[in-house]
Design a binder for this molecule. Structure first.
Ligand code: PTJ
Length: 247
């Protein structure tokens, strides 16, 4: 997939147009679902109101998320069609920097899309991509997202779940897993139930989690501090204030 868009980098909406192009190309390539286009539009509206920047509370969330991943016994980064189209290389880098696994998990699941996403991640340097076995189930979910790899999300104690609806996030929480959610909507159910809600655009969030992880890697005390300093309710309120009031 090419990053080329027909607008110069100096265009004031360049980043936004590039992001749209990636989602569009993701649909053409069979990675992103058509619903992914709608989800992206929804996300963009929140991002616009946030000022298309990483607010301070989101940066603290990204640092806490990095610390949770580093401290995990087994961290898994769940990848859907939007995440794969927008930040394939960045997800691979985060996995490499932290030792986390990558697992494809889809709402609109088809074997074809799972394979296309796994291949796309491998093209971006991933060595192993989970999600094809689907030999585990998340209890209490009656849709396709319940299908996980038993030795992947099934076994994980920490799961990063970008851009999804809330019921799986809730079910993962009930399984006792620590959930790190990336979602531009602070009112979404997945953000509301997350241990760490990251209210930021995934294109900014993932590289920033990786940067924090690199900085925290050899410092367990700083990891503990990052986790202790983070307050999920405060992060949700700060994002809502920023969106509603432009603060
Ligand atoms: O690939 P699949 O089949 O697993 O399907 C993925 C989508 C995203 C289509 C599916 O999970 C879905 O329909 O999600 P929702 O219910 O639309 O929720 C997506 C959430 O992500 C919304 O709250 C959006 O505001 C948010 N969002 C969209 N784009 C971004 C985003 N958050 C962060 N960064 C974005 N770029």
């Amino acid at each position: 997939m090419s990053d080329e868009v027909e607008v110069p980098e100096s265009h004031p909406r360049y980043e936004s147009l590039l992001t749209r192009h990636r989602i569009e190309a993701g649909v053409d390539r069979g990675i992103t679902s058509r619903q992914g286009l709608i989800a992206q539009g929804r996300g963009e509206a929140y991002d616009y109101l946030l000022g298309e920047r990483t607010i301070e509370s989101a940066d603290r969330a990204e640092r806490a998320a990095a610390a949770y991943i580093l401290q995990a016994d087994h961290a898994v980064i769940s990848v859907n069609g939007n995440a794969a189209a927008l930040v394939p290389g960045e997800l691979v880098e985060l996995a490499e920097a932290t030792g986390a696994d990558l697992e494809v998990n889809l709402f609109n699941r088809t074997e074809e899309r799972i394979r296309a996403i796994a291949e796309y991640l491998r093209e971006h340097g991933a060595e192993a991509v989970l999600g094809l076995e689907a030999d585990g189930r998340i209890p209490g979910l009656d849709h396709e997202r319940a299908k996980v790899d038993a030795d992947g999300i099934g076994d994980a104690d920490v799961v990063l779940v970008p851009l999804e609806d809330g019921d799986r996030a809730e079910a993962l929480g009930e399984m006792g897993k620590t959930e790190l959610v990336v979602d531009l909507n602070p009112l979404s159910r997945s953000a509301q139930v997350a241990t760490v809600p990251i209210i930021d655009n995934i294109v900014r969030a993932i590289p920033n989690v990786t940067a924090h992880a690199r900085e925290l890697a050899d410092d367990p005390e700083a990891q503990r501090d990052a986790i202790e300093a983070f307050d999920a309710d405060e992060a949700l309120s700060a994002a809502e204030r920023a969106i509603r009031g432009g603060e």
